[in-house]
Design a protein around this ligand. Structure first.
Ligand SMILES: O=C(O)CCC(=O)CC(=O)O
Length: 269
């Protein structure tokens, strides 16, 4: 396990392969998860790319940090981690809130971003009312009280079978996140509107979404793709909000095709 102190926050991360030798992909997680969600994609890409994984503040083994925190704070954490690792020009792959962080990182530190993979995310996610209701529910009754509703948005019914042990495991992952970290991330998402930032993105970008995503549905992700000049848009079938878990083979194929289509010498392995 690797830990770094970034902006006085202990950040848990992992680096696979040598960034000096290969193009780098950085994976950033969704709300209520940690970097283990990327495993089935990482094992498929590890021979071709150097890979950086980390737990966002308030998630996994990273500290919660000072409260309140914003998406910009998360982007500053990621910039600090990449500076520490001497990584520049990385492909940033962000899932949901991770995609907001990726957009904010591009806005603040374009030198760190060679391309964007925006996965089940948008320029703006949810409404203030929906986030405030979620925060109130968690404050009153804990994360456990919202698990069933969240899982309906994260995974299709085919994945949510009681005999699927992975499903039980991801319920555990959600309920075991630090409650203050979860609430802080909900508030940060609530307060983020990257409509204008998305319009400025000028690196190769792909927006990907599961056809049954209940958190950031296909229409919303398409509207984000339309804001970004030249962005591609791909839908993964039989998949909800977390394609790296539910359809890792399909997600990896899309990532690989996207990266190999970018002019040689830029990101192709
Ligand atoms: O997944 C995220 O990072 C935010 C979007 C969301 O609301 C997901 C969920 O339903 O928990």
């Amino acid at each position: 396990m690797q830990f770094a102190s970034i902006n006085d926050v202990t950040i848990h991360y992992q680096i696979i392969g040598a960034p000096a030798d290969r193009p780098v992909i950085v994976f950033t997680n969704s709300l209520g998860t940690d970097f283990r969600i990327w495993r089935d994609v990482v094992v498929r890409l590890a021979g071709e790319f150097a890979i950086v994984l980390y737990d966002q503040r308030g998630h996994g083994l990273s500290d919660v940090g000072q409260l309140p925190s914003s998406i910009e704070d998360h982007a500053t954490d990621l910039a600090g981690l990449l500076d520490l690792l001497s990584v520049k020009d990385a492909v940033i792959c962000g899932l949901s809130v991770g995609g907001l962080i990726a957009q904010s990182l591009y806005h603040r530190r374009p030198d760190l971003v060679r391309a964007l993979i925006l996965c089940d995310t948008a320029h703006k996610i949810g409404t203030a009312e929906s986030w405030n209701a979620r925060i109130a529910a968690v404050e009153q009754n804990g994360i456990g009280s919202i698990v069933d509703a969240i899982m309906e948005r994260w995974f299709t019914p085919a994945f949510r079978r009681p005999e699927n042990t992975a499903y039980a495991g991801y319920c555990n992952m959600l309920t075991r996140q630090p409650v203050e970290g979860y609430i802080a991330a909900c508030a940060a998402i609530r307060d983020a509107d990257f409509t204008e930032i998305a319009k400025t993105i000028a690196v190769p970008t792909i927006c990907i979404v599961g056809d049954q995503d209940g958190s950031t549905p296909p229409d919303l992700v398409l509207s984000t793709a339309k804001l970004i000049s030249g962005a591609r848009y791909e839908v993964i079938r039989n998949c909800a909000h977390i394609p790296c878990v539910e359809q890792p083979e399909a997600l990896t194929a899309i990532i690989r095709a996207f990266l190999t289509s970018i002019p040689p010498g830029e990101v192709s392995p």
